[in-house]
Design a protein around this ligand. Structure first.
Ligand SMILES: [Zn+2]
Length: 503
């Protein structure tokens, strides 16, 4: 059957962010790309597939600037864990994963994201003790089977969490010290070789690769440099969790005598291909450094609250010309994958940071961060993030008869503050309908539920054993790290006044 090259979306109201209006417009799409936007009744070639968008508000597909596909099988697994406890739990959550599990985990997240209006994500995948081409391909298939765009960046490190936090290993009993040898990662050269192998021969169309030296001080300098060089050689992105928690920043000063961002900059990793995940504890010098080099921050306010990391200062980032995208973070710490919610939290988090409303993040800034900002972080700013000729046809159709939109006042305010994903009627990615009338066309959800349940059964035994070790480690890590976070620092990001250290 010949593929119809043209699609025309008729009768919809197109969001104009700058004018805060929904403007009647038709959209002509050729293949996967927007060819023309015009007044209602726009001429279309004979045989073009028509899509009825009456009573729909059309906005650019949201972009999740930071998530972890492997987290989706760990959704709702645990309540009170800090970032450091989550890292301690990595073995418990991730143990015993087959290729099927890696595929399923990515697929579940992609399914949730598209159903909630998100059409592209920066996914920091994980495989232990090092990434594999087979594993990355299984995750990429998850996205491709859903029909979603992704930049897939395997998290890599050559220093385990227990080795990376100064003084932590000494707090572990000799027996536990022996147990955490199972957290040891592969030597960096082996990991670099795997990534190179994947980069050399990557067959996926909508899923691109990038590199994620996961946390700066979890990587030796040689390893960080090899990631920098590999990213340059293959022209791909670099993504790292920098200054996510106060503990990390303090560890960074103890390791390097400088901030984590300054250290990465000294090694030449900070550039316009670089994305900082979180950046909660970046100071103004760090932000200036990132802004001057054209780097991005993936801001994840929900995760930052959930893990007790504090509130990132998005206003300070924007005022230093940092490109900001918005992310949900992984389902083991978010727990949903709802970019509408992440935008709403970005707006709200800013509004609890001070009484001067003129400094608060606006809904327009939050929405641009979750579209254009995310596109730039993914390195896809020429292709996605806007509904405009020449851009990929990644379009969300919101139902204006949904109660979220009765009545419609200011569509920008309403997308960020009122929408929660439940008015998502249809979602088009690259000119193809992936969600239609609230149904995911590409995945059978009851079948997916059965496969996920089988995966739980398969992993139950090793997870049970790993949980026992986690419980023993939680006592030590959970006592030691909050203590480390009491070290005075020149910036303050916690919500509670009893953590405030005036200077
Ligand atoms: Zn993360």
């Amino acid at each position: 059957m010949a593929k119809r090259p043209f699609t025309v979306v008729r009768g919809g109201k197109l969001l104009d962010i700058a004018k805060r209006k929904a403007v009647p417009a038709d959209i002509l799409i050729k293949g996967d790309t927007i060819a023309e936007i015009g007044r209602p009744g726009l001429a279309a070639p004979a045989g073009a597939t028509a899509i009825d968008a009456r009573n729909r508000l059309l906005h650019p597909g949201l972009i999740n600037a930071h998530t972890h596909g492997p987290g989706n099988l760990g959704k709702g697994l645990y309540d009170r864990w800090s970032l450091e406890l989550l890292l301690t739990a990595s073995q418990w959550v991730g143990i015993g994963r087959t290729l099927e599990d890696k595929y399923l985990s990515a697929l579940i997240g992609a399914a949730e994201m598209v159903l909630k209006g998100c059409t592209a994500a920066y996914d920091l995948a994980a495989e232990f003790p090092l990434p594999s081409v087979e594993g990355l391909s299984a995750m990429a298939r998850g996205y491709e089977d859903v029909g979603m765009r992704c930049v897939l960046a395997p998290m890599v490190a050559d220093i385990s969490f227990f080795e990376a936090i100064p003084g932590l290993m000494d707090r572990l009993s000799p027996a536990l010290q022996k147990e955490v040898e199972s957290f040891k990662l592969a030597p960096w050269k082996a990991t670099t070789a795997q990534m190179k192998k994947a980069l050399q021969k990557w067959p996926f169309e909508k899923v691109h690769l990038a590199l994620a030296p996961t946390i700066p001080h979890h990587c030796s300098d040689q390893f960080l440099i090899s990631c920098r060089d590999l990213a340059k050689e293959y022209d791909v992105g670099l993504h790292s969790h920098v200054a996510e928690s106060k503990v990390q920043v303090i560890a960074g000063y103890q390791h390097y005598g400088t901030s984590l961002a300054a250290h990465m900059d000294e090694l030449g990793l900070v550039s316009d291909r670089f994305t900082v995940a979180h950046g909660v504890w970046l100071d103004s010098d760090d932000m200036k450094r990132l802004g001057d080099r054209g780097a991005s921050v993936a801001h994840n306010p929900g995760s930052n609250m959930r893990l007790g990391n504090g509130l990132a200062d998005m206003r300070a980032m924007l005022s230093r010309k940092v490109n900001v995208g918005i992310g949900t973070d992984g389902a083991s710490c978010s727990d949903n994958q709802n970019v509408y919610e992440a935008m709403r939290l970005a707006s709200f988090a800013s509004k609890v940071q001070g009484p001067d409303h003129a400094t608060w993040i606006t809904t327009e800034e939050a929405l641009r961060a979750a579209t254009e900002g995310g596109a730039r972080a993914l390195g896809l700013q020429k292709q996605i993030g806007r509904i405009a000729p020449g851009y990929k046809a990644d379009i969300v159709f919101l139902d204006l008869h949904h109660v979220n939109w009765i009545p419609m006042n200011d569509p920008v305010n309403q997308i960020v503050h009122a929408e929660d994903g439940s008015a998502v009627h249809s979602v088009m990615i690259g000119g193809r309908m992936v969600v239609e009338d609230r149904k995911l066309l590409t995945v059978d959800l009851p079948k997916l539920a059965a496969r996920a349940a089988a995966s739980q059964v398969r992993r139950a035994k090793p997870m049970g054993q790993a949980k026992t070790l986690y419980d023993r480690l939680e006592k030590v890590v959970g006592a030691f790290c909050p203590g480390l976070a009491k070290v005075p620092l020149h910036i303050h990001r916690f919500g509670a006044s009893h953590h405030h250290h005036p200077h």
